[in-house]
Design a protein around this ligand. Structure first.
Ligand SMILES: CC(C)(COP(=O)(O)OP(=O)(O)OC[C@H]1O[C@@H](n2cnc3c(N)ncnc32)[C@H](O)[C@@H]1OP(=O)(O)O)[C@@H](O)C(=O)NCCC(=O)NCCSC(=O)C[C@H](O)C(=O)O
Ligand SMILES: [Mg+2]
Length: 289
């Protein structure tokens, strides 16, 4: 069987407010895996039209290559239809406050009407109680375009539920895991929400480490100074690479040929661990190339 191709790196996904010309300009030179150009919450009502026009012009002028490009549009009845009609040159469109597969289907239909390519991915923000409960059907939606990622929105979750977060956000973890599980079951990428205290490097590093342990592929960000921490946290560490290389080398020994399970450093290692090790090394290679 051919090994699966390593996933597209989405360790860091920076929200870039399209209402801010300097931020848009600056985004072109950042070492980030994905840029999420924002037309929703970071643009005030009176700024939205200008932000849309500015973003459309920037996307049209950008050369091929570079970070994966996403636009977070407004809700379809609140300017989103105009947003998708105006934009091109994107890898994905991110719809806020998705609460059902039908909402993604409406986006898909709107994109078709606007002549968007079929490869354009649909990304969904899961950030309301109904959205969390519907995460499974949202991730598994079968539409004319692929559902590429679920993105958690902790600010809206806090707003819409009234929870009060304490350090380590234990109040949120069960809901995060519900979204992660829905995404994994559907084979869709899942990104953690933003960390608002953009000058708190230690807090961000802790939250990135937690998000990786919970199964997220990466973290959405609000400031360029958060990119390095996310890129480091969601990449294989030196220790993980060394351990993966030992597993691959151990299974390659003639004495272990055809064995389903071996003993390595006092631990049971099965072929599923070999697959996991190979996937980790392939992802490392993809990051390096
Ligand atoms: C958070 C900020 C408002 C902070 O702004 P500011 O204090 O002005 O930052 P700095 O002076 O430190 O900025 C330094 C330079 O970096 C550029 N910059 C800042 N942020 C960005 C960015 N996101 N993308 C690109 N460039 C950025 C500044 O222009 C400065 O450049 P220079 O002049 O050359 O020095 C601000 O960072 C910001 O607006 N961040 C993004 C806010 C946003 O997009 N919010 C919406 C997404 S988050 C969300 O919606 C949450 C979710 O939905 C949920 O529910 O949880
Ligand atoms: Mg939100």
């Amino acid at each position: 069987m051919m090994p699966a191709a390593p996933p597209r790196p989405l360790r860091s996904a920076l929200f870039v407010p399209a209402a801010k010309p300097r931020a848009l300009e600056k985004s072109a030179g950042l070492a980030v895996d994905a840029l999420i150009f924002d037309l929703e919450d970071s643009a005030a009502r009176e700024e939205k039209e200008g932000a849309r026009e500015r973003l459309a012009a920037q996307l049209a002028a950008l050369p091929d290559g570079g970070p994966f490009r996403v636009a977070r549009v407004n809700a379809l009845g609140e300017g989103g239809a105009e947003d998708i009609a105006a934009l091109s040159g994107l890898g994905a469109v991110l719809l806020p406050k998705v609460e059902s597969a039908a909402m993604l289907a409406a986006l898909d239909e709107g994109l078709t009407g606007a002549g968007a390519p079929e490869a354009l991915e649909l990304w969904a923000m899961v950030e309301t109680p109904r959205g969390i409960l519907a995460a499974q059907e949202i991730a598994a939606a079968r539409l004319s375009r692929p559902v590429g990622a679920l993105v958690v929105g902790p600010n809206d979750i806090v707003l819409s539920t009234g929870i009060r977060l304490s350090p380590g956000r234990p109040e949120l973890v069960p809901w995060l895991m519900q979204v992660v599980l829905a995404a994994k079951a559907a084979g869709v990428a899942v990104l953690d929400g933003v960390y608002n205290d953009f000058r708190d490097a230690e807090g961000l590093a802790r939250e990135c480490a937690q998000a990786r342990a919970l199964g997220f592929a990466g973290k959405t960000l609000i400031h360029p100074n958060q990119i390095g921490a996310a890129n480091a946290a969601f990449a294989p560490s030196a220790g993980e690479i060394a351990a993966a290389e030992r597993i691959v080398a151990a299974f390659a020994l003639p004495a272990h040929a055809g064995r389903g399970v071996i003993s390595l450093d006092g631990r049971m290692v099965e072929r599923l661990h070999l697959e996991e090790a190979r996937a980790l090394l392939a992802f490392r290679d993809r990051l390096e190339n």
